[in-house]
Design a protein around this ligand. Structure first.
Ligand SMILES: *Cc1c(COP(=O)(O)O)cnc(C)c1O
Length: 410
């Protein structure tokens, strides 16, 4: 069904694999182990000579069905799911890099990714943080030992947009793994493969699952990177087909050995959630644009950050690359207004740290998710003490506008 639309393909994906009893949803398979009538077959499964399931930490039919859905959404060759988005990021990088390797990363990062990169530095992997909204900064940071470039699409919470296309060209030219965290845009708004990404990360917890009721993460190999040129692939994974070397090593060294597996119940919730991704994304993005326009004109707001505003530094880039501008919106209040008071006056906006929920969530970022980072790094990322980040949901716009109006009165 590759030629069908985004929704059609996703909605019918489980059914196309002839699941048991003609069910339309892949069932939740809770079995940890799999039995074989012929003991030789289990050996063949372990040796990769026969397709089959061996143990729940590495493979589960419900999770496999979800991996297929995401591979199809991202137009990738294969995906590996994990228990969280952070598990997908950390396990993937730990399975591919070694002490002495170097990463060039966007400085505008999800807080826990930033924290994990600190752990990598302590393990002897060098990380350079650069302003990735301009490819020149990425290019200047490349060293002899650079193996990987890491960027996000729309960064949290100031909504900077990486120079996605040009960084893709650069990585192709320099033969670097180009890892793009697509969580903020989701495969519905943006396909990183179109800008030559090698590996795509999606936190399934956010827009893909969409209801704040299950954690999950996934990495997708787009098939664009030539793994036969990557020296860190272990001898045992250098099979005949070099296209699968990367994803095999991620599966074995990342998922199997580190063991942050996605559970079948969560996989089921996330798959169901993904079926309405485009509807939720369209509504939440439209709400966010209207709220951003309202905030941009409001006298008690010093600055509004939203890629859909014409005054956003990367507005043209967002317009060119993304189907819409997403649902993350941040504001800086004028002096004298308190971010806690503003949030407390809101009725539909829940003070909460998650994003990508159906409900609108708001958080005072400097005091919560970016608190551990410290003031110096926060200011280098453009995060002020009065900043509130909103993850806009799918409520009726009028209700949200009423809330914002009421809360922002002096
Ligand atoms: C939330 C998030 C993650 C981590 O996902 P979890 O499922 O919470 O572990 C990674 N990257 C971005 C951009 C995120 O917003």
């Amino acid at each position: 069904m590759a030629s069908k639309g985004f929704n059609t393909t996703n909605l019918h994906s489980d059914r196309k694999d002839n699941p048991e009893h003609g069910v339309l949803h892949k069932p939740v398979h809770t079995s940890v182990a799999y039995g074989y009538n012929d003991a030789r077959h289990i050996a063949e499964v372990f040796q990769g000579k026969r397709a089959g399931y061996n143990y729940g930490r590495q493979l589960n039919p419900t999770v496999t069905a979800l991996q297929k859905r995401i591979s199809s959404m991202e137009d990738g060759i294969a995906s590996v799911a994990f228990g969280t988005g952070m598990a997908a990021i950390s396990s993937t990088i730990l399975s591919l890099l070694r002490t002495g390797d170097h990463i060039v990363s966007s400085a505008f990062l999800f807080g826990n990714t930033n924290s994990f990169f600190g752990t990598l530095q302590r393990l002897g992997v060098e990380v350079s943080f650069v302003d990735a909204t301009d490819v020149n900064n990425v290019e200047d940071a490349i060293q002899k030992n650079t193996k990987l470039v890491f960027v996000e699409t729309i960064a949290n919470p100031v909504t900077q947009i990486s120079d996605l296309e040009k960084i893709g060209h650069l990585c192709e030219l320099e033969n670097l793994i180009y890892m793009v965290d697509n969580t903020m845009t989701s495969p519905y708004l943006f396909r990183p493969k179109n800008v030559k990404a090698s590996l795509i990360i999606n936190s399934l917890t956010k827009y893909i699952g969409g209801h704040g009721n299950a954690l999950g993460g996934i990495v997708t190999d787009t098939g664009l990177y030539d793994w036969s040129t990557f020296e860190n692939i272990l001898e045992t994974y250098r099979s005949e087909d070099s296209a699968v070397w990367g994803i095999t090593q991620i599966k074995k060294k990342g998922l199997r050995d580190i063991g942050a597996s996605l559970g079948p119940e969560a996989a089921h919730h996330l798959a169901i959630g993904s079926e309405t991704l485009s509807l939720r994304m369209n509504k939440a993005s439209a709400n966010a644009l209207s709220l951003a326009e309202f905030c941009d004109k409001h006298p008690n707001i010093k600055q509004t950050y939203y890629p859909g505003l014409h005054n956003h530094p990367q507005h043209d880039r967002a317009k060119k690359l993304f189907a819409s501008f997403g649902a993350i919106l941040s504001i800086d209040l004028v002096d004298g207004l308190d971010c806690f008071d503003v949030l407390n006056k809101m009725d539909c906006v829940v003070s909460s740290s998650n994003l990508g929920d159906t409900r609108t969530l708001g958080i005072p970022v400097a005091h919560t998710i970016y608190f551990e980072m410290g003031k110096t790094r926060r200011s280098s990322m453009g995060i002020s003490d009065s900043m509130i980040r909103f993850s806009v949901g799918i409520e009726e716009l009028d209700d949200l506008l009423t809330d914002f109006e009421k809360a922002l009165k002096s």
